[in-house]
Design a binder for this molecule. Sequence first.
Ligand SMILES: C[S@@+](CC[C@H](N)C(=O)[O-])C[C@H]1O[C@@H](n2cnc3c(N)ncnc32)[C@H](O)[C@@H]1O
Length: 261
Amino acid sequence: MAKPELRFSDGAAYERTMGVWSRLAGDVFLDWLAPEAGLAWVDVGCGNGAFTEAIVARTAPAAVEGVDPSDGQIDFARKRAPGSIAGYRVGDAMALPFPDDHFDAATMALVIFFVPEPATGVAELVRVTRPGGRVAAYVWDMYGAGFPLEPLLAEMRAMGMTPPMPPSMEASRLETLRGLWSAAGLGGIETREITVERTFADFTEFWSTVLGSSFARAFADLDEATRQDLETRVRTRLSPAADGTLTTTAHAFAIQGRVAG
Ligand SMILES: C[S@@+](CC[C@H](N)C(=O)[O-])C[C@H]1O[C@@H](n2cnc3c(N)ncnc32)[C@H](O)[C@@H]1O
C-alpha cells in the first residue's frame, strides 16, 4: 500500500480541524513578534489564510501576501475575509514568486516541516526580506507529543499503524530550527515555546475534528471493528471534565531572526 501523505486540499475542512489551533497558537506567536505597524509581510504556506488574516487584524500592516501550493486552500483564503488587504497566490516556499528584499517581515506558520528542503525554504524567506527585516516561523513540537492530534497518533502507533507524517519532521526540533536560522545568516535569533489548549464540548466534537483532518484518509481502508477500536482507545486516553467537556493541549516551537545588513 502506498505510504499515506498529509495533503491540504480543502480549506473548509482545514478550518474545522487545524484552523482553530492555528489561530490559538498564531496569536501567541504574533504577540511575541510584537511587530511595529506599517510593515509589508509575506506569509509562506498561508493555507486557508487563518494566520495571514491574523496578521491583517492584529498588526496594522501596509501589505500582506499569502502564498501556498494548494489551490483549494488559496480559494478559501481569498473568500474568508472580504475586503482584506491580503493578497493570495499559488506558489512554493522553495521558489517564492517575489523579487529580492521585497518585504519587511516573512513568516512560516506551521509549514517548515512540510517543505521538502527546509534550508532552501528559509533561504527564500531571507532572499525576499529586506536587510534588517524579520524572518520568523513556528512549528508543532512533533517529537515532544506537541501536535494537537497526538492522542490519535499515539493510539494509531499503539495499534501498529504508521500515521502519515510531514516529510521534513526534523525541522520540528528546536535545535534544527536554530541551525537553519543560523545557517541562513540570520542574526539576533530568539526562540520561545508556545503551549495552547482547546476545549471541546465533548468527545464527539473532538472526534469530528479527527474525521475532518488529513489523517482520516489513513482510516479509509480500515474495517469497521478496527476503526471502532481506535476511536474507543482515543476516547479512553482522554479525560473529560465533570461537565463532559474535553480540553486538549498543543505545544510548538517559535523562532525569529533578522536579515543581515
Ligand atoms: C498546517 S498547514 C498551515 C497553514 C497556515 N499557515 C496556518 O497557520 O493555518 C501547512 C500548509 O503548508 C502548505 N505547504 C506544503 N508544502 C508547501 C511548500 N512546499 N511551500 C509552501 N507551502 C507548503 C500546505 O499546503 C498547507 O497549507
